[in-house]
Design a protein around this ligand. Structure first.
Ligand SMILES: *[C@@H]1O[C@H](CO)[C@@H](O)[C@H](O)[C@H]1NC(C)=O
Ligand SMILES: *[C@@H]1O[C@H](CO)[C@@H](O)[C@H](O)[C@H]1NC(C)=O
Ligand SMILES: *[C@@H]1O[C@H](CO)[C@@H](O)[C@H](O)[C@H]1NC(C)=O
Ligand SMILES: *[C@@H]1O[C@H](CO)[C@@H](O)[C@H](O)[C@H]1NC(C)=O
Length: 460
């Protein structure tokens, strides 16, 4: 029943010595690359580094088999790593856990999901909605690979539905009612934190969900104290929210202006906020008004698109480029940022889907310490053919920034599911779980997993 013991035996010997020339990591990497190329075009083929194909098939072995010391072999699970999406995600129900409703709708239950769909934090609603409809959703906890904990906490807080203290308290209450969270120490539980502060929104996150998988949008991930709740090995960077109206399908694309007709070199989209690099950019825009615009688009509403610029200077994300557009003019574009080459000036920025997207082919990242005339001269020196190439490469992957329904073969959600699949582990344990000779999982008091009763002691 609720026990994890019904899963087939999986014995992962510690003594395996593989005779293959590739390391295990290489093999998994190669598999993932095979997997991920499914939904991406071949633009980035050259950037994939895999073991030579011959070494993978050497010794009559398939790439997911590891030979162990007694002559036997362990086959790497297809599920989780295989060439197609195959994972099972359990989505916690609003009424199943006391407190979850408050995290979704505020203390009075009055905040609607629709109200939380807009703006930066729309991703937490979209991902939840897409998972509820997903073919990968399971309603059986015992077969789930991952558990999704829905919460619109950022939106609820902005709308006065819960304060910081209540958010912290409610999260802890919610987690203490989840035996599966306890079993893995949170390792197979997935959270979305859709604002710049990331998981810091839950004040005691570091104590309780430190081991969980956190989805957080592309941006500079450091907070005011320069600490980051983002861990590159366990967490997943997701595309920021692009308003639905901007990504409508089936609308004829506007032909981007040829480079030769583009009047300006670059547009800097953003606010100054008293930061040194940003002030320098604004200074540059004043000095060279014929080259650089500061929020040029807002100022010159008669221009049609960002494509009057060759480059867009971005601080943190590729998606902002589209977000900064005046709303009414957008509907003719799908995802706009590709019509100019993003120049990223935030040293700390992190980007989504780095397993499959080679950002050198679609963008430029320049040191924030070297903002000045040197940057303009450099941008001017880039030949048009090169810019065309980068725009074309960007156009091919921009679908990954759109939170489209699952039947679309390329979307932000497809990308996120592939990334989640990489995080699947067959066996989960924590400092507070133990197992016996007969594969029974027990707690410190030797109580069997199926009999664990909430509230549970939480990781500390
Ligand atoms: C968060 O809530 C837990 C449980 O109520 C409490 O122990 C902890 O001190 C709180 N953290 C902060 C930073 O207030
Ligand atoms: C996460 O938890 C572990 C174990 O309690 C601790 O050693 C580590 O410092 C924590 N990480 C952060 C960022 O607080
Ligand atoms: C605004 O855009 C229009 C159309 O592209 C152009 O004719 C005009 O010169 C621009 N104005 C400024 C201040 O850049
Ligand atoms: C496993 O072993 C423990 C300790 O001997 C025992 O209490 C428990 O009932 C066993 N569980 C099963 C499923 O046989």
């Amino acid at each position: 029943m609720g026990s994890p013991n019904n899963k087939p035996a999986r014995i992962f010997s510690l003594h395996h010595h593989t005779s293959l020339p590739c390391t295990r990591a290489h093999q998994i990497g190669a598999l993932l690359l095979i997997a991920t190329t499914f939904f991406l075009t071949r633009v980035f083929d050259q950037s994939f580094s895999t073991c030579p194909p011959s070494s993978l098939n050497h010794d009559h072995s398939s790439p997911n088999v590891v030979h162990v010391s007694d002559g036997g072999s362990l086959s790497w699970p297809q599920r989780g790593y295989g060439p197609h999406l195959s994972l099972k995600i359990y989505v916690y129900e609003e009424d199943e856990i006391d407190g979850l409703k408050e995290l979704l709708r505020g203390r009075d239950g009055k905040i609607s999901a629709d109200a939380c769909l807009k703006g930066q934090w729309g991703t937490q609603v979209k991902i939840h909605g897409l998972l509820l409809k997903s073919r990968l959703r399971t309603r059986k906890k015992e077969e789930a690979d991952l558990f999704f904990v829905p919460a619109y906490a950022k939106c609820v807080r902005m709308m006065g539905g819960l304060n910081d203290k209540e958010i912290n308290h409610t999260y802890v209450k919610v987690l203490s009612q989840m035996p599966y969270f306890r079993r893995s120490g949170g390792r197979d539980h997935v959270f979305v934190f859709p604002s710049g502060a990331g998981a810091h929104l839950f004040r005691s996150w570091a104590t309780y969900i430190n081991r969980s998988i956190i989805l957080t949008p592309e941006a500079d991930r450091t907070d005011k104290k320069d600490t980051s709740a983002f861990n590159t090995w366990k967490d997943i960077i997701i595309p920021g929210n692009v308003e639905d109206g901007m990504t409508k399908r089936g609308v004829a694309m506007v032909q981007p202006l040829p480079l030769s007709k583009r009047k300006y070199l670059a547009n800097y989209l953003g606010r100054a906020q008293g930061k040194v690099g940003r002030l320098k950019l604004i200074e540059l825009a004043k000095q060279f008004p014929d080259k650089v615009c500061f929020n040029g688009h807002g100022r010159n509403s008669s221009a049609f698109g960002l494509d009057i610029y060759r480059f867009v200077i971005e601080l943190e994300t590729l998606a902002y480029c589209s977000d900064a557009f005046p709303r009414k003019r957008n509907r003719d574009y799908e995802c706009l940022w590709v019509e100019c080459v993003p120049v990223i000036l935030s040293d700390q920025a992190e980007f989504p889907f780095q397993n499959v997207i080679d950002y050198t082919q679609i963008s430029i990242k320049w040191p924030s310490t070297r903002i000045g005339l040197e940057l303009l001269e450099y941008l001017e020196s880039i030949p048009d053919e090169k810019i065309e190439q980068m725009l074309a490469a960007g156009r091919q992957v921009r679908c990954l920034w759109v939170y489209a329904p699952e039947f679309e073969s390329c979307s932000a959600m497809q990308g996120i599911l592939w990334e989640l699949q990489r995080k699947v582990r067959q066996f989960h344990q924590s400092a507070e779980t133990f197992w016996l000779h007969n594969r029974t999982i027990v707690d410190r008091h030797l109580v069997e997993f199926s009999s664990w009763d909430p509230p549970m002691p939480l990781p500390r």
